[in-house]
Design a protein around this ligand. Sequence first.
Ligand code: SF4
Length: 354
Amino acid sequence: MTDLRPPILSLSAAELETWLAEHDAPAYRRKQVWTWLARGATTFDAMRDVPRSLREAMEREFRATSLRPVAVSEADSGLTTKTLFELDGGHSVEAVVMRYTERSTLCISSQAGCPIGCPFCATGKFPFGRNLKAHEIVEQAVDAARVLAAEGRRLSHVVFMGMGEPMANYDSVVDSVRRLADPELLGISPRRIVVSTSGLIPRITQLSEENIPVTLAISLHAARDELRDVLVPINRKYPVRDLVDTAQAYAGKTGRRVSYEWVMLAGVNDTERDARELGLLLKGKHAHVNLIPFNPVDDTPYRAPERAAIRAFRTLIDAQGLNVTVRDTRGREADAACGQLHERVMRNDQAAVS
Ligand code: SF4
């Protein structure tokens, strides 16, 4: 039966304080509730310093979360875990937790599906579902914080690189970033939050005015329009040079270096010509290039380059004076390219899902 109670995080701080006042409770109880959620409480009953009558009232009126985990996969000896959550209304999204020595990073989804339709992407292959609400984005982070807290870890970084185009769900994404950064909830510094985009230029400009200095990541993948029109179809509307100009204006305004993401596709965008074009496009820019070896997706014609080709490409970028790294390929066994766990579950391939 559908649970009609609203999730507690769908209320803003002011709305929850109003509800508390209506129940003769002081406003500081709101902070206590948020602290418990950030610490991993999954029930109101677990919030021990909140009076029992108030816990019971919350239980009657709210849910602690709206996300229902329906599948989990693991890779890298448990250092990477991917969870598929069902949302209210039936769509599902993925969130990936990656554990490193110094940090723990969550890759978060902002839409169920994605309207951009990049041909190499698992998410782009199935029909667009809907935008996530801000609380559904925040709840992914609260769940990750809970999982990590049980391991003695703290969620330190969030990247909006899961399912969806964050800038196509702008208001909810910005609202969720503010709440992720709120010291009374998760307290993740905006500098440790990366918002990626395939290139919605007006929204990048808008983001630069928000006074939340998140790191901007541009999913570039090609430096010439002719190729980028194919790999990232939004390029037909917002061409690559205009995009880079806008991203650099963001860097100028926020002081944050822009990260340019480049999924490496063998024989498609890993040639010497591509490296030279990329070098020219970003020459003298406050920029970082992140090369991402392609994580193979079924039913696409693309494949990952050999290691030697990745090294050669990196050397060419480096030689042109750009800051460049190769991202580690975390989570190959965890279906970690966005949309892959969803696709596998949709195919009922339960053998891959624990
Ligand atoms: S790569 Fe990103 S923008 Fe492109 S279809 Fe996939 S989720 Fe959407």
